[in-house]
Design a protein around this ligand. Structure first.
Ligand SMILES: NC(=O)c1ccc[n+]([C@@H]2O[C@H](COP(=O)([O-])OP(=O)(O)OC[C@H]3O[C@@H](n4cnc5c(N)ncnc54)[C@H](OP(=O)(O)O)[C@@H]3O)[C@@H](O)[C@H]2O)c1
Length: 169
């Protein structure tokens, strides 16, 4: 797609550890019920775009009350209850222009959508984690932090986390 392309509004939503870690062995690295509730509240009623690995990692799939768009290299893949596409371009074409769509992972898909997304909803986890999947660098030249919550502490595992919103400059 050319740089002049008028993209539909696309937001990345992700939880990132202090060292950039987001996953290991096709799983998440923590269990944060409050973050999962927030994810559901924000994404319900919208299209959610994801890579095949992330789709297959979901405990309940497709994600209910959302248009699930799954990106796969394999033209024979058809995931039940989801729209399966074979490229980022095709995924973007499925997104409405009059409401926000959300990129929900994983690492490879986040990386490809950084030039396309206009907003980032980040849950920042204030701890390092051992991982095999990482979020790309968020460059201050390209992204401006417009909101930062207080620091919360999970009552079960004492994990500290906060919510940040970035807008593309
Ligand atoms: N912390 C968080 O908020 C968060 C959120 C979501 C996921 N995650 C974690 O992220 C990890 C998964 O990330 P990942 O990078 O391994 O996988 P992924 O991005 O979910 O999926 C990658 C797969 O999607 C397909 N794909 C991606 N781009 C494509 C393109 N342009 N054209 C066609 N197919 C494309 C390919 O499938 P084929 O196999 O068909 O080639 C590729 O192997 C897991 O650990 C998961 O738990 C973390």
């Amino acid at each position: 797609m050319s740089e002049q392309t008028q993209y539909p509004p696309i937001t990345i939503i992700v939880a990132i550890a202090a060292n950039g870690a987001i996953g290991i062995n096709n799983q998440l690295l923590w269990h944060l019920p409050e973050d999962l509730k927030r994810f559901k509240r924000i994404t319900t009623g919208h299209a959610v775009l994801m890579g095949k690995n992330t789709y297959l990692s979901l405990p309940k799939r497709p994600l209910p009350n959302r248009t699930n768009i799954v990106i796969s290299d394999n033209p024979d893949d058809h995931f039940e209850g989801s729209i399966t596409v074979n490229s980022v371009e095709e995924a973007v074409e499925k997104c409405p222009h009059d409401r926000e769509s959300f990129v929900i992972g994983g690492g490879s898909v986040y990386r490809q959508f950084m030039p396309i997304a206009s907003k980032l909803y980040i849950t920042k986890i204030h701890q390092d984690f051992k991982a095999d999947t990482f979020f790309p660098e968020i460059s201050e030249n390209q992204w401006k932090c417009i909101e930062e919550s207080k620091v919360y502490t999970d009552e079960n595992n004492s994990l500290k986390y906060s919510f940040l919103t970035y807008q593309k400059r």
